[in-house]
Design a protein around this ligand. Structure first.
Ligand code: KG4
Ligand code: ZN
Length: 343
């Protein structure tokens, strides 16, 4: 990938992480992430209005820290990338307003970045991943299998037909009384449980490139109700984690074989899950297919991955004006129709 010559500032405020980062091409100079998770914990999920207000408080301190940590001054910035889609519009608007003001003041180009494209390209910041590869994108709002033919050339192979994987983690963790965000909470308590104690549904029959987690969630809720005090929570968390991660890993490698892709990547918040990473590692060895997981610091939402996409897209002249929009949903740029039929 070609990159803009010089340092690019990235800003991310699409959900509950306020983040500012500085990159030079794919090199991360600083990546400051200020999480609001503790604030949203008492509600069991992200409250959009609260998130937006918190971003206004946290954005400029995060910006200052990103410059301090990188030992960079404002006049060294050659471009700005900001998440402008998809996400919570009120939250996005804070980052976008900040980026517009800085672009005007510093007289540097600015680009709105698609949050999911930033996740998809994040493994390329650490390694030379061959194309085409199959990307498993698993976050709080998305679970998708994407064939990445090159940067900016994507085909959707499949995805969830109901809940996203992260959403399933969050909802089941809440039902088990484990708090928010659910992924890390389930991972922690699952270490003490037996992953084969409870039999849970995999959703949709194999082989498949699509996922369904709604039935699994219902099964977990029913078990909690039925077992009451005799419920073995660590084993339920482990059994849940086992079924979700097996389904995700197996279907991703199936998609890779079906499309003759050269490698598999794993990105998004759920990609931080240890059991998922080790299952994918195991399948990569079994099938002799390269596997590249995004580095942990780039899995959950962060501005370095946003700046990385901007550094690349700005290099061939893409720009946005000061009237740039913020959008709650938007197609991936460069998404092409796929020749592959999946059900
Ligand atoms: O990508 P992300 O930070 O935000 C979105 O764009 O959605 O993903 C957040 C999701 C949450 O659902 C959270 O529970 C999940 O990622 N997550 C995990 C882990 N860490 C975060 N899920 C499973 N295991 C983890 N270790
Ligand atoms: Zn994300």
């Amino acid at each position: 990938m070609e990159y803009l010559d010089g340092i690019v500032l990235g800003i991310e405020t699409s959900c509950d992480e306020t983040s500012c980062a500085l990159v030079r091409g794919r090199e991360v100079l600083s990546n400051v992430v200020s999480s609001q998770a503790a604030l949203h914990m008492k509600w069991g999920g992200v409250v959009p209005e609260v998130a937006a207000r918190k971003h206004t408080e946290a954005l400029l301190p995060a910006l200052e820290r990103a410059f301090e940590e990188a030992h960079v001054s404002f006049d060294e910035i050659r471009g700005i990338g900001v998440t402008n889609r998809p996400g919570l519009v009120g939250a996005l608007a804070v980052g976008v307003a900040g980026a517009k003001a800085l672009s005007l003041a510093w007289k540097v180009p600015m680009l709105g970045v698609h949050h999911l494209e930033a996740h998809i390209l994040s493994p390329l910041m650490a390694e030379d991943v061959p194309f085409p590869h199959v990307c498993l994108l698993v976050s709080g709002g998305h679970t998708e299998l994407i064939l990445v033919r090159g940067a900016g050339m994507y085909e959707k192979l499949g995805g969830t037909i109901d809940d996203a994987a992260g959403e399933a983690f969050d909802k089941c963790a809440r039902a088990m009384g484990l708090g928010f965000p659910g992924g890390p909470a389930i991972q922690k308590i699952a270490e003490k449980g037996d992953p084969h104690r409870y039999k849970l549904p995999r959703g949709l029959s194999d082989p498949n490139m699509n996922f369904s987690f709604a039935g699994l969630k219902t099964a977990v809720l029913k078990l909690i109700e039925k077992e009451k005090d005799s419920l073995d929570v660590p084993s339920l968390a482990a059994s849940f984690e086992e079924v979700v991660t097996s389904v995700l890993a197996e279907r991703t490698f199936y998609a890779c074989k079906e499309t003759n892709a050269k490698a598999v990547t794993l990105v998004g918040g759920v990609a931080a899950n240890r059991r998922l990473r080790s299952k994918m590692d195991e399948l990569s060895k079994r099938y002799d297919i390269g596997f590249f997981a995004a580095p942990l610091s780039l899995c959950t939402d962060n501005a370095a991955m946003i700046a990385h996409v901007a550094a690349w897209r700005l290099s061939f002249g893409e720009r946005d004006d000061l009237d740039m929009e913020t959008l709650s949903s938007a197609p991936l740029p460069g998404l092409q129709a796929t020749g592959i039929v999946s059900e």
